[in-house]
Design a protein around this ligand. Structure first.
Ligand code: HEM
Length: 195
């Protein structure tokens, strides 16, 4: 996926995360990160990135079929889902799969995680695409979507011919990666001292 072709994708061009790399390391440890997880995520990326469009079809099917989630994409003016907004976010979401699997994560990755959190929060939602949709993605849904975003990749990880035990390890690495990111995205939602 060419990064310049994705409207609003700003990896490498956002301000510094308030979370430090040292804090990221502690967070990964708290999620049970092991030294193998970086390589497992790169392997997961070999399987997931080429099939990003199919994965996005599954995720968008879920969001579109779950009214309280689709709410986030509805225009405030007429209450209709904003198709352009959905399409633009979808392209960045696809790129996110690749970024998640491009380990080890560094400072630019950490910075962009904060930006993604801000983009779900009322301090930055809608800004990137210049839309007038719902003002915030509720924090509770941000957390809960971690399960669908994890469970749905299983068949894609299974399709590479890895042993069942290896598939479990790939899925565990992906699960930890999603959890760590959702935890980072909570930062704009809570008081700094409570994060
Ligand atoms: C584990 C949970 C989630 C993941 C992995 C995820 C992932 C993403 C990614 C990668 C982006 C694009 C970031 C960028 O601009 O580069 C995004 C944006 C967005 N997501 Fe999520 N998301 C999650 C939860 C949710 C939930 C629960 C909702 C809605 C109910 C939601 C609605 C949105 C919206 C509306 C945007 C666009 C925000 C903007 O205006 O810039 N997301 N999400």
């Amino acid at each position: 996926v060419s990064t310049t072709a994705i409207p609003g994708y700003a990896f490498g061009a956002v301000s510094r995360s308030p979370v430090t790399l040292e804090e990221l390391e502690l967070l990964k440890q708290a999620a049970g990160w092991t030294p193998d997880d970086d390589a497992l995520l790169r392997r997961a990326g070999e399987l997931l990135v080429p099939r990003s469009e199919e994965i996005l079809d599954v995720w968008y099917g879920f969001v579109g079929g779950t009214p309280q989630l689709l709410e986030a994409f509805r225009r405030r003016s007429d209450g209709e889902p904003d198709a352009d907004y959905l399409a633009r976010v979808r392209a960045r979401f696809g790129r996110w799969i690749a970024d998640t699997c491009a380990t080890p994560w560094g400072q630019e990755w950490l910075d962009y995680q904060h930006e993604i959190g801000v983009r779900h929060h009322r301090s930055g939602k809608n800004r990137t695409d210049g839309v007038d949709a719902a003002p915030v993605v509720p924090l509770r849904y941000l957390v809960a979507l971690a399960w669908p975003v994890t469970a749905t990749v299983r068949p894609f990880l299974e399709a590479g011919g890895d042993s069942p035990a290896e598939v479990e390890r790939l899925l565990d690495a992906w699960r930890k990666a999603v959890l760590v990111q959702v935890a980072l995205w909570c930062r704009p939602y809570v008081a700094a001292e409570d994060f």
